[in-house]
Write a protein that binds this ligand. Structure first.
Ligand code: NDP
Length: 241
């Protein structure tokens, strides 16, 4: 039986590459993002694209209801939608900080809450949360992003223990620097202080996610930790102005 996957944030970058990769590997893929017109390339491949705002509970419910009504199952959820606020902590207004958490943490949690009833019924499923190397190793001038990804790591670790007895796996992927729309914006902010190495292609990341989908293990799966720790320790403690 073909597996059914929902990939969030599929209108660009890593999410787009994941959707393509899963589709190429025989998975029935539903791809969601707010900019539906940016997913025409996926439509052309036969992937179903849907308007999805992970901060909107109705939008989330509509998408999951549609998948369940069309296929009767949800095997894989890839929580990829996200972005990173950059800047010194005191420069970031609180409402922007809340928005950061609403997408990166609560957005993922909304999707998880929505697919879990189906996965419980199936006694199977795989939840893949795209965190970041910043979910393990903090960096300056990205405190809200780092906090949101640390939080998603914690949520994933708790969920792994909670759901394993039900036959549902929780996987965390911690990408390093990947070429994407958001990464280009972040790089402009961090050009002076960033210790991250050359960008990886999104296709490389998609390959890691595919590994996570295919592998069966309840252990925490850190597919790749690409941070250059030596470079991090050399990084000057610079403030962003
Ligand atoms: P992109 O900016 O290329 O893609 C981000 C995606 O998230 C877009 O498709 C965007 O779609 C979607 N998105 C943002 N907000 C929402 C929302 N409210 N509802 C639904 N979709 C949303 O970035 P990346 O591919 O780089 O990032 C993907 C993930 O990978 C993020 O979680 C990021 O934190 C993580 N990551 C990226 C790294 C990198 O170096 N690129 C490194 C480590 C982690 P739309 O705007 O159309 O809704």
């Amino acid at each position: 039986m073909r597996k059914v996957a929902l990939v969030t944030g599929a209108s660009s970058g890593i999410g787009n590459a994941i959707a393509r990769s899963l589709h190429r590997n025989g998975v029935i893929v539903y791809a969601g993002a707010r900019r539906v017109n940016r997913m025409n390339d996926l439509d052309d491949l036969g992937i179903t694209t849907l308007a999805l705002d992970v901060t909107d509970p109705i939008s989330v419910e509509n998408v999951v209801d549609r998948i369940v009504s069309e296929t009767g199952r949800v095997d894989i959820l890839v929580n990829n939608a996200g972005y990173g606020l950059m800047g010194a902590l005191e420069d970031v207004p609180m409402d922007q900080a809340r928005d950061q958490f609403d997408v990166n943490l609560f957005g993922a949690a909304r999707l998880i809450q929505s697919v879990l009833p189906m996965m419980r019924q199936q006694h199977s499923g795989r939840i893949i949360n795209i965190t970041s190397v910043d979910g393990k190793v903090a960096q300056p001038l990205a405190s809200w992003y780092v906090a949101s990804k640390f939080a998603l790591e914690g949520l994933s670790d708790a969920l792994r223990l909670e759901l394993k007895p039900l036959g549902i796996d929780t996987v965390v992927i911690e990408p390093g620097a990947i070429q994407s729309e958001w990464a280009d914006i972040a790089a402009n902010h961090l050009r002076e202080t960033s210790a991250q190495g050359p960008y990886q292609e999104t296709a490389d990341r998609a390959a890691a996610i595919l590994t996570a989908v295919k592998r069966f293990s309840s252990k925490p799966q850190v597919i790749a930790r690409l941070v250059d720790r030596a470079a991090l320790s050399r990084r000057p403690k610079t403030r962003y102005h």
